[in-house]
Design a protein around this ligand. Structure first.
Ligand code: NAD
Ligand code: IPM
Ligand code: MN
Length: 351
């Protein structure tokens, strides 16, 4: 009997190119560690939407809720409005499965040129913890008077005590297991109503995590410091939108958005967690076989860790570090000329 049942959702664009690479790496590592996977692949995507009128079937969530984990490529493609593809697949999975922590590690690897002069390999190693189910990404709001002079758009941000506390506790706990430092991303200077509330709760939760040294920084200043001094950070916690923006910025600091992984976690394990690269479907390079597979491969490593196989997970991150440090194989986003398949082959040789 397989140890784990995995739902694979390649999705759109380069999602369908990087996910097979991740699966190849996963299978190689799994074989070595005596782990077996049973995969169920789902064609849920913009292509399905254009064919059948929905991103996934009506009972889609029920079809994957008993899997041990979900591995996703990316969703979204020109021709289907983003709000359709995202509200039709990605966001319902995150919300319905209470994946309220989005964990996004950042490392500058040896052999990768960060665009920043103060980002030396090995020195930048932090994690963005993004609140993943509420905040600025609420379903409350609307567009009115389209095309008329009184046109307007309204969006409510929903911040709840329970929702903030649980992600803060996760972030404080993670900081305690790592370098002992937590930075909270805020905008508490009286302009935005929700963030002074967030700050109060950070203060409150800090009492329960006395070993963690924490501070808060305004999101605008924090963005500048990610560029100027990225090695200062250990764990950075932020709301849904702040965490989204910070994680792409951090990925660029680390050399390419193509490397960055994400774990959408349901820490209580009531539902499957979902693992996916931070990047999207990249229509500008899709279909050319040149996407960087490392974000998806690193996400697969996070999945192994979550499923209780830390040694197998570490084999993958070690192989990522090795392929970058010891070979000149690189996809174009990292300044090389290798394709997805060739780069993945090189990594497999080092496993
Ligand atoms: P994107 O991440 O798809 O692309 C941004 C830029 O980064 C592009 O120039 C792209 O070529 C490059 N890039 C991204 N991943 C790469 C990789 N692995 N290797 C090399 N280069 C890479 O973001 P976008 O252009 O804002 O969005 C495109 C589509 O993807 C939209 O429909 C958007 O809604 C969707 N999207 C989905 C997810 C998701 O499924 N989680 C995440 C972000 C964006
Ligand atoms: C991400 C993406 C999504 C987000 C979009 C596509 C809705 O940018 O996973 O970071 O903002 O959560
Ligand atoms: Mn994003």
């Amino acid at each position: 009997m397989p140890n784990h049942r995995i739902a694979l959702i390649p999705g759109d664009g380069i999602g369908t190119e990087v996910l097979p690479a991740a699966r190849q790496v996963l299978d190689t590592v799994a074989a070595r560690h005596g782990i077996t996977f049973a995969y169920d692949e789902f064609d849920w995507s913009c292509e399905r939407y254009l064919r059948e009128g929905s991103m996934m079937p009506d009972d889609g969530l029920a079809q994957i809720k008993d899997h041990d984990a979900i591995l996703l490529g990316a969703v979204g493609y020109p021709g289907v409005p983003d709000h359709v593809s995202l509200w039709g697949l990605l966001i319902p999975i995150r919300r319905s499965f209470r994946q309220y922590v989005n964990l996004r590690p950042v490392r500058v690897f040896e052999g990768v040129a960060s665009p920043l002069r103060n980002a030396a390999p090995g020195e930048v190693d932090f994690v963005v913890v993004r609140e993943n189910v509420e905040g600025e990404y609420s379903e409350i709001g609307g567009r009115m008077n389209r095309g008329f002079p009184d046109e307007m758009a309204v969006q409510e941000a929903v911040f709840t005590r329970a929702g903030i506390n649980r992600v803060l506790d996760y972030a404080f706990g993670l900081a305690a297991r790592r370098g002992g430092r937590l930075t909270s991303a805020t905008k508490s200077n009286g302009i935005v109503h929700t963030l002074p509330f967030w700050d109060e709760l950070v203060n409150e939760r800090a009492q329960y995590h006395p070993k963690v040294v924490w501070d808060q920084e305004h999101i605008d200043a924090l963005a500048a410091k990610f560029v100027l001094e990225p090695s200062r950070y250990d764990v950075v916690v932020g709301s849904n939108l702040f965490g989204d923006i910070l994680s792409d910025l951090a990925a660029a600091v680390a050399g390419s958005i193509g490397i960055a992984p994400a774990a959408n976690l349901n820490p209580e394990r009531e539902f499957p967690s979902m693992f996916e690269p931070v990047h999207g479907s990249a229509p500008d390079i899709a279909g050319r076989g040149i996407a960087n597979p490392l974000g998806a491969i690193w996400s697969a490593s996070m999945m192994l860790d979550h499923l209780g196989h830390p040694a197998a997970a570490a084999d993958i991150t070690d192989a990522i570090a090795a392929v970058l440090a010891k070979t000149s194989a690189r996809t174009p986003d990292l300044g090389g000329s290798a394709g997805t398949a060739e780069f993945t082959e090189k990594l497999l040789e080092l496993l």
